[in-house]
Ligand binder design. Structure first.
Ligand code: NAP
Length: 323
């Protein structure tokens, strides 16, 4: 596997996790000094090139099975990295939550199928969210609508701040009757994820593309809030050091999926996860390790369209509860 963008906050954690799991990998990015240091720590080869450098992709992807792209904002890197993966016939996996990147991956479905590769954008947050959507949809007979609420506990790195701007600029996307639609005003909605009702704001996290792919549910809305921490946990909660979150929080994040059946029955399930970026780290490496082991579906895939609801059971410290 090649890990591109390995020297960022999340990339470095992913390199540690990939090494802990004994995966066979090399690292890449655009900063020689940072790459040389990280490569020395792990005794792995490194490749220095910019995303638009086809020769860089050619030499670094030779002999590889998968490309894990961690360099974000993905609006700057995904198109080039996906094209390289298709051209050099290696599976593509990234961890974005930028909805336009999911649409880009969707548009390359045929090209990825022709190349015999899996194109999976969103193996971070969505490795929990999307299998939970399939799991909850399976609890009713004919699911017709889905709402997701994400209560995030943690900080934001510079890469995430830049990505958040792309998420916001994409507009207020919802899925209605199977079509993506932009709405004018962001409604808020109250959800009870186990600690009493709280207000969330509408935000297209990406399930409007990914979980439509995995569940086919025609109406999807997504909501987001940043967790309110109990006083004890708030002490030093979201602090930044050199632009990176440190001692992120002592809290947990939750994702709730609510699915409505055509007969009006509502099923709700919540996934409780560690805070911050660790769920993304462990799930991205889990998905990459599956692809390296030959477990994949060709073409554009979401985490659950490739691996089903079962994927959530293999994630570290994720607890699912039916409400
Ligand atoms: N959805 C999720 O679950 C989830 C979770 C965590 C992170 N993420 C996303 O993952 C991305 C990385 O996050 P992070 O925490 O690692 O951020 P970070 O610490 O700010 O690091 C960003 C990394 O991307 C590289 N990069 C940025 N623009 C690039 C470009 N144009 N060409 C090549 N490399 C580029 C940077 O390289 P330099 O060092 O050379 O600048 C650095 O290695 C962000 O988009 C973030 O939103 C998503």
């Amino acid at each position: 596997m090649l890990i591109y963008g390995a020297t960022g906050y999340t990339g470095t954690l992913i390199v540690h996790e990939a090494a802990r799991r004994g995966l066979d990998f090399e690292i890449a990015g655009r900063n020689r000094d940072k790459l040389a240091m990280l490569a020395a720590d792990f005794g792995v080869p490194f490749h220095v090139f910019k995303v638009e450098d086809t020769e860089g992709w050619n030499s670094s992807l030779k002999g590889k099975t998968a490309l894990l792209n961690i360099a974000g904002p993905f609006s700057e890197t995904a198109a080039q990295a996906m094209e390289a993966a298709i051209q050099f016939k290696v599976h593509y996996i990234d961890i974005t939550a930028e909805v336009d990147i999911f649409r880009l991956a969707e548009s390359k479905d045929e090209a990825a199928k022709d190349a015999g590769i899996m194109l999976m954008s969103g193996a971070g947050l969505f490795a929990t969210y999307d299998p939970l959507a399939v799991y909850t949809a399976n609890r009713v007979k004919t699911p017709v609508a889905m709402r997701a609420a994400f209560n995030y506990s943690g900080g934001f790195t510079p890469g995430s701040v830049a990505s958040s701007a792309n998420i916001i600029n994409a507009g207020l996307l919802v899925r209605k009757n199977g079509e993506l639609r932009k709405i004018d005003e962001a409604p808020s909605a109250a959800f009870d994820l186990g600690n009493g009702a709280e207000d969330f704001s509408l935000m297209p996290l990406g399930g409007v593309v990914l979980s439509y792919k995995s569940t086919g549910i025609p109406d999807i809305e997504e909501y987001f809030k940043i967790a309110t921490l109990p006083d004890a946990a708030a002490d030093g909660a979201i602090t930044f050091e050199a632009g990176h979150p440190t001692a992120i929080t002592k809290g947990r994040s939750q994702i709730m999926i609510e699915v409505t059946d055509e007969d009006g029955t509502v099923a709700k399930s919540v996934a409780d996860t560690p805070d911050g970026y660790m769920p993304t780290v462990t799930s991205a490496v889990e998905v990459a390790s599956r692809a390296l082991d030959g477990s994949f579906k060709t073409g554009f895939q979401s985490p659950a369209s490739a691996y089903g609801a079962e994927l959530i059971n293999s994630l570290l410290d994720v607890v699912v509860t039916d409400l």
